[in-house]
Design a binder for this molecule. Structure first.
Ligand SMILES: Nc1ncnc2c1ncn2[C@@H]1O[C@H](COP(=O)(O)OP(=O)(O)OP(=O)(O)O)[C@@H](O)[C@H]1O
Length: 283
């Protein structure tokens, strides 16, 4: 459901059946020959160099690579939080700036960026308030978002009353409050313990299947990347670049024990080989 329909009073459910993309439509993200050099007191830092990447509607794409390879920078360029110094990029057919102004994406940071003085419900409400949605519209949207991330009943709690995993789910709910087609996630589960992370990975996969969002996800974890993704982008530093793009064709049904299967381990091995090839042990 688009925001305009929502604002027109439609109460249609958010969910749509996820279809694995066939690549026929224009890419949601189209990056061509992109580079970004930071000028620093110590000289130029080549954070991204000649990056080409197309991401189709409904894909789940992970960026993986060692520290400093430009994963976050690439995500921030997509979100218009950094500007490329060369090449081109379009997001939903727009410049990143237009996409940001039209709220075409939601962004989830590593640490849940929730306001501690606002309840969970009022945190989700904030962007909707700023956008001027009516109280009743906001209430409907809030309830739908809380249900989507399995937090119904926690609306009146404060962030500090929730576990780290629940806080991150609340952040995801807030990022999705405008029903953007695109969800950008920068190591959202990196600070959580492994069991909680497994659980959130399962829930994120369910959310993705239910909503058909396009997700771009930064991670350091090979199992997380393989478990979640339809495509894995392996990156390498100095200069930051893409060294391999791996199709992760494990199908939509992915119970956690898929991680023990030969198909899963084969993809994980290819990711590991890519990381080894691009890794400098002098770091
Ligand atoms: N604002 C900035 N000014 C100068 N250099 C920067 C800036 N932001 C990032 N860099 C540099 O650009 C390179 C890429 O950084 P980036 O944070 O994108 O890497 P990353 O792969 O996300 O790393 P990590 O996994 O540690 O988060 C690094 O060398 C980093 O130090």
């Amino acid at each position: 459901m688009r925001l305009e329909e929502y604002m027109a009073g439609s109460a249609a459910p958010l969910e749509r059946t996820h279809a694995v993309p066939q690549g026929a439509s224009a890419p949601v993200i189209d990056v061509r020959g992109l580079s970004l050099t930071f000028q620093t007191a110590d000289g130029p830092v080549y954070a991204l160099s000649d990056v080409d990447l197309q991401i189709a509607d409904g894909e789940f794409v992970s960026f993986i690579g060692p520290s400093g390879c430009g994963k976050t920078t690439l995500l921030r360029v997509i979100a218009d939080l950094e500007r490329a110094t060369g090449g081109s990029i379009s997001v939903n057919g727009m410049t990143p700036e237009e996409a940001r102004l039209k709220r075409a994406y939601g962004f989830v940071f590593q640490a849940p960026a929730l306001y501690p003085w606002r309840t969970v419900g009022r945190n989700i409400d904030l962007p909707l308030e700023i956008f001027g949605l009516s109280k009743e519209e906001r209430r409907k949207r809030r309830a739908a978002m809380l249900e989507l991330v399995n937090l119904s009943g926690f609306e009146k709690k404060y962030p500090w009353q929730l576990s780290g995993g629940m806080q991150q789910r609340a952040s995801i709910a807030r990022a999705l409050s405008f029903d953007p087609k695109l969800l950008l996630m920068d190591e959202p589960f990196g600070a959580l313990d492994e069991i909680v992370r497994d659980h959130l990975n399962e829930q994120l996969l369910q959310l993705w299947a239910k909503t058909g969002k396009t997700v771009v996800f930064v991670t350091h974890s090979i199992p997380e990347a393989v478990f979640l993704s339809t495509k894995i982008v392996v990156m390498s530093p100095r200069p930051g670049r893409i060294i391999d793009v791996i199709d992760c064709d494990l199908g939509p049904e992915r119970p956690l024990d898929i991680r023990e299967t030969p198909e899963f381990l084969k993809i994980a091995l290819r990711v590991r080989e890519g990381l080894r090839a691009g890794h400098s042990y002098d770091d």
